[in-house]
Design a protein around this ligand. Structure first.
Ligand SMILES: [Zn+2]
Length: 245
């Protein structure tokens, strides 16, 4: 799953190719892609201070941002290579939320990237401990007719990882009660784009809640939207293939 992403990001950025094996080269490209994704999340205003962490699938495990690292200034040295059993090597410690990332990547073979942030509006709504309902058709970017909210559990715990896994059944994004938001993606670009969309939806919903009670879209309409989204995805993939990417 990592190879198409690695190839896409790797173009023009290879260093010392002759001295590195193919796998090392791909891993380096993936590490760099993770750094760029973190910078993009910071540019989009989805993180502050050292909040937020990101991971991407690699052979035998994942790359994850280091504990305490600021996503805006994150460098390659702040990316930790972790095995599926949770072990890692090197000076940098993985994010305290490494269980969340590892368990989601293990449980959801169709995804390759996980973004967790404390983005302002999604986090504010997470304190209501309720899903974001279908007040707008774009809710479908989360994979269904709402953005669920996982039960509360202390940060960094196995309980939080399990709560997120349950909330994310059939979904690509969920709120974490009194904490923040988790977003999944087939690759890093997709996860970052979805994280931004979810934060905009959260902002819109917070505004709606402040001025009145929204009229919600019904299940039939959300089913129609889901079918249109699925068709749009196929169209986009066909375009990508015709571009030779
Ligand atoms: Zn957090």
């Amino acid at each position: 799953m990592a190879s198409p992403l690695s190839l896409r990001w790797g173009v023009g950025r290879r260093q010392s190719v002759s001295q590195m094996g193919e796998r090392r080269e791909a891993e380096k490209a993936l590490r760099q892609a993770l750094v760029r994704a973190c910078h993009r999340l910071a540019e989009l205003g989805l993180t502050h201070g050292s909040s937020g962490n990101v991971s991407v699938r690699r052979d035998g495990g994942l790359f994850i941002t280091a504990s305490g690292a600021s996503l805006s200034t994150l460098g390659e040295d702040d990316v930790v290579a972790m095995r599926q059993d949770g072990s890692w090597r090197g000076a940098a410690r993985p994010s305290t939320e490494w269980r969340l990332h590892r368990d989601l990547l293990a449980a959801r073979p169709e995804i390759a990237a996980v973004v967790h942030t404390h983005s302002t509006y999604a986090t504010a709504l997470s304190c209501l401990r309720a899903p974001i309902p279908p007040f707008h058709y774009m809710i479908a970017v989360a994979g269904g007719s709402d953005i669920p909210c996982a039960e509360y559990a202390t940060f960094g715990t196995e309980a939080l990882s399990q709560a997120a896994l349950r909330a994310l059944e059939g979904r690509m994004a969920c709120l974490l009660a009194n904490h923040g938001v988790v977003v999944l993606g087939g690759d890093l670009d997709e996860a970052v784009a979805r994280a931004y969309e979810v934060e905009i939806l959260a902002k819109q919903y917070a505004i709606v809640r402040s001025i009145g009670a929204p009229v919600l879209l019904d299940a039939e309409e959300m089913d129609r939207v889901a079918r249109l989204f699925a068709g749009y995805g196929r169209h986009r993939r066909a375009e990508d293939e015709s571009d030779g990417r």
